[in-house]
Design a protein around this ligand. Structure first.
Ligand code: FRU
Length: 641
């Protein structure tokens, strides 16, 4: 009762304000300042006919919580860091979302103390404007040439990836209202070859159950859910801040137009935690053929919970896996579960549980680990002891890795977000934030210690990116050898492919630019490891201290502290991976604006690191210490779309 009364009173209050408040500033005809933190911004019918309202963003400003109101009812909520004293960039609020609605207004609550200067002193009111266009042309030096990024806004985890009728669908955690985390939607892009991507409209938008967090999607071939054969059914976490914490429940949406648009299931959520767990998210759903049932895995704090279902709507708890496995303490996120042949032999299949953890990665922050074992349709049993940790990628920027469902030809293709929660919100980029790593083909092989490992090789479609190639003669180095200008007009995107055989102590090469910025990649024979060092790669101390994340309520806002990134420890460093004892290794390096991806021996070692050089790397310095290194089968490819 109380809440109904409160709601009714609030409505009356808002309508009274709409009716009574005069305009307080001539430069902002639509803005009425109701208190030092509260502004009502009316949208006329004429403005509503324009394409979008451009909202000015300042990344280090306080967060504004905006409710879109029509006819005194809230129709949408979004959080935007509205410009305080300067504009970093604009984000569009598209008016077609509100087509047919009357009495449109933004009810804006700006966090922070404006009692001295007054709320009307903020720059945002002058800069907010309606427009028939939103300019998405790239403005960024570090926009990758060949990796997927959103055109603008923030991106984190890949979500709900499925393949159907020749199209690879990629959804992703997306904030269309700023280049920091928040306002979680499922953004959407599609590709016919995994390397050329087309941006589509976001597919699933934040609603009253909360943000649309990560999840998965399946092709419902047998019409289990009752929406028709081959309907796409997506599962995601509805996340809300609630007094004293957060609520995470699993929701469902279906699409009858091949994933372009979704209808949310009217009885959402489909799964809530039986014990009120607050970290309960990222549902991965797959078909278990032997028992003709659907299985859902949900990350549950430091564990993964397994559920099963016949109709995709009712889920029954089966078992859990993971407590005590991997580095401690850790937060399990974004599970995936795949079955793969051992060493290519389809008569020997094993299950692999992919667990993304944050924090806990060997070099800090977020990383993807995996566990190999057996599954009987109910319970997963890992082959190795809890303390045995295997990493899918040994670089700092390969997180939230999950695979495409329904991939053709028995392929298992994984995709990751190319960043790390330690600094993802602060990278020196503004128009968009972050890219995906290259998609990778996963397979299982037996290592020298007889254990099973995942190999993650760049998909063969990356060859579609090769525009030009230079084959170099074989050479040996005992000391150093340089290649000065790799390309005349280097835009920063290229691939190196070579065979490196070393009898030395340390042997490898540096990617260099004329400013002396470099990334060093080398074999360290004494330690039996391969290293990528980005300590001097370019900008390594980027960013300022800003309040991160999206804040729904004053309480959640108050819970956040200023985050300090320790760049020396968190970014300016080298990462390394153990490597087998062979003297010769196949090495592939993909360099793009903002990243270096290393693959050794066809993906047996994968290592992905962000880099921000002040100009593209355009020369190579090979070196060998304590013995001779031979480079053979060496080709340099210019890459582009
Ligand atoms: C992983 C993650 C997920 C969550 C999503 C929110 O990076 O924390 O667990 O669903 O991001 O954006």
């Amino acid at each position: 009762m109380y809440s109904i009364n409160k709601l009714t009173m609030k409505k009356i209050f808002v309508s009274a304000l709409v009716a009574l408040c005069g305009f307080t500033a001539s430069y902002a005809q639509q803005a009425s300042f109701l208190s030092n933190n509260h502004c009502l911004y009316r949208i006329s019918q004429e403005s509503q006919n324009q394409k979008c309202l451009l909202l000015p963003v300042q990344e280090d400003a306080e967060m504004a919580n905006i409710k879109v109101i029509a006819d005194n009812k809230q129709v949408k909520a979004l959080n935007v860091k509205l410009a305080k004293d300067h504009v970093d960039y604009f984000v569009p609020l598209y008016m077609d979302e509100f087509a047919g609605l009357k009495g449109l207004a933004l009810d804006i609550h700006v966090n922070g103390d404006y009692s001295k200067e007054g709320l009307n002193a903020l720059t945002c009111w002058k800069e907010m404007k309606f427009s028939d266009a939103f300019d998405m042309k790239n403005r960024e030096q570090y926009r990758p040439d060949f990796h997927h990024t959103p055109a603008y806004g923030w991106m984190n985890d890949p979500n709900g990836m499925f393949y159907k009728d020749g199209v690879w669908n990629l959804y992703f955690q997306y904030n269309p209202y700023g280049s920091v985390w928040g306002n979680m939607h499922w953004g959407h892009s599609v590709s016919k070859d995994l390397v050329h991507w087309e941006h589509l409209d976001p597919a699933i938008a934040r609603d009253t159950l909360g943000h649309i967090f990560s999840g998965s999607a399946i092709v419902d071939k047998n019409n289990s859910a009752g929406y028709g054969e081959n309907t796409i059914v997506a599962f995601y976490t509805s996340h809300r801040n609630i007094p004293g914490g957060q609520s995470q429940v699993q929701s469902m949406a279906y699409s009858t137009d091949n994933g372009r648009t979704y209808t949310k299931y009217e009885q959402n959520p489909v799964l809530t935690p039986f014990d009120g767990l607050q970290n309960f998210r990222d549902p991965k759903v797959f078909w278990y053929e032997p028992e003709q049932k659907w299985i859902m895995i949900v990350s549950a704090d430091k564990n993964m919970r397994f559920y099963s279902s016949a109709n995709l709507k009712q889920w029954e708890y089966m078992s859990e896996f993971g407590e005590g496995f991997g580095p401690q303490p850790n937060q399990f996120e974004c599970p995936d579960f795949i079955q793969l042949p051992v060493d290519g032999d389809r008569s020997k299949m094993k299950w692999v549980m992919i667990v993304n953890i944050n924090p806990g990665f060997v070099y800090g922050g977020s990383g993807t680990m995996y566990f190999v074992g057996d599954f009987d349709g109910h319970r997963f049993v890992c082959d190795t002891k809890p303390e045995v940790v295997k990493w899918l990628d040994w670089g700092k920027d390969h997180y939230a890795t999950v695979t495409w469902s329904n991939a053709p030809a028995g392929r298992t293709i994984a995709l990751a977000w190319m960043s790390n929660w330690q600094y993802a919100n602060y990278t020196p980029i503004q128009q968009f934030r972050s890219a995906n790593a290259l998609p990778r083909e996963l397979s299982l092989y037996t290592g020298e210690d007889k254990q099973l490992y995942l190999s993650a090789a760049p998909v063969k479609e990356t060859e579609n990116l090769r525009k030009d190639s230079k084959k170099l003669d074989d050479f040996t180095v005992n000391g150093e050898k340089r290649f000065e200008t790799l390309f005349e007009n280097n835009d920063g995107a290229f691939e190196l492919e070579l065979q490196l055989t070393s009898a030395g102590k340390e042997a490898g090469f540096e990617l260099l630019n004329s400013l002396g910025e470099k990334v060093r990649i080398y074999l360290d024979a004494a330690e039996g490891r391969v290293v990528m060092d980005r300590a001097e790669s370019g900008i390594v101390d980027f960013g300022k201290k800003v309040k991160p994340h999206d804040l729904d309520t004053e309480e959640s806002y108050a819970r956040y502290k200023e985050v300090t990134v320790n760049y020396k420890n968190d970014f300016a460093l080298g990462t390394w991976a153990p490597i087998n004892t062979a003297k010769g290794h196949k090495v592939q390096v993909f360099v793009d604006n903002g990243s270096v991806e290393l693959f050794v021996d066809g993906g047996r070692v994968a290592m992905t690191n962000l880099v921000f050089p002040n100009e593209p790397y355009n020369s190579l310095r090979f070196y060998s210490e304590g013995g001779e290194m031979k480079i053979s089968d060496f080709t340099i490819y210019k890459l582009g779309l």
